[in-house]
Design a protein around this ligand. Structure first.
Ligand SMILES: [Zn+2]
Length: 196
């Protein structure tokens, strides 16, 4: 088997591959992703993260999201899925919605792909009110992003909101505030965070 990212042949006889699900990345690429679990705080929200949005992680995520390399979807949560399934047992998963335009452009929902193997039931009924793109927004425009969600589903018990990269935290905050009044408990997890 070859590494999905660098194409180097993976040594499938390594000891770990006998016990764990096989990694689709070679050891070198996996190491360079620098996975490290951290709790960060952005605009008052405590967010669990695993990577810094930088270096190889950033290149790989862009390759997946913007170059439509869908084969990479499983590599980001490799080694984390079991942890999420255990730690958040009893929670419902709520991925931050992408704009319809972005999903159409990409031809796939990138966040759904990344979290595909997480076995938690999904929250349905959360929507974006308007199509908005987040890049390079001013403070007032970020406020609009926060107010840009609505929810028309049932009351929620325990919810895990997830995203791929947290920068300003506007989308996560928007989703959080939308479901906060009708949820018992909310946790927030983002695959990566961006220092800025
Ligand atoms: Zn590699």
């Amino acid at each position: 088997m070859k590494c999905l990212y660098c194409d180097k042949e993976i040594d499938t006889l390594s000891l770990t591959s006998l016990f764990l699900k096989e990694d689709e990345l070679c050891e070198k690429c996996r190491k360079q992703l620098n996975r490290e679990r951290k709790i960060i705080e952005v605009s008052g929200l405590k967010i669990e993260t695993f990577y810094e949005y930088d270096g190889l992680f950033r290149s790989m995520l862009l390759q997946y999201k913007e170059c439509h390399d869908e084969a990479l979807k499983g590599v980001f949560l490799y080694g984390i899925e079991d942890y999420i399934n255990l730690r958040y047992f009893g929670y419902q998963l709520l991925p931050v919605p992408s704009t319809g335009t972005k999903i159409r452009q990409r031809g796939f929902d990138h966040l759904a792909g990344i979290f595909e193997n997480v076995k938690l039931p999904r929250v349905k009924g959360l929507m974006m009110n308007r199509e908005m793109c987040q890049e390079g927004k001013s403070l007032s425009e970020r406020r609009e992003i926060i107010d840009n969600y609505s929810y028309n589903g049932v009351h929620l018990n325990k919810v895990l909101i997830v995203d791929d990269v947290v920068t300003t935290g506007s989308s996560l905050m928007g989703v959080f505030r939308t479901i906060e009044p009708i949820s018992k408990k909310i946790k927030v997890l983002s695959l990566a965070y961006k220092k800025y």
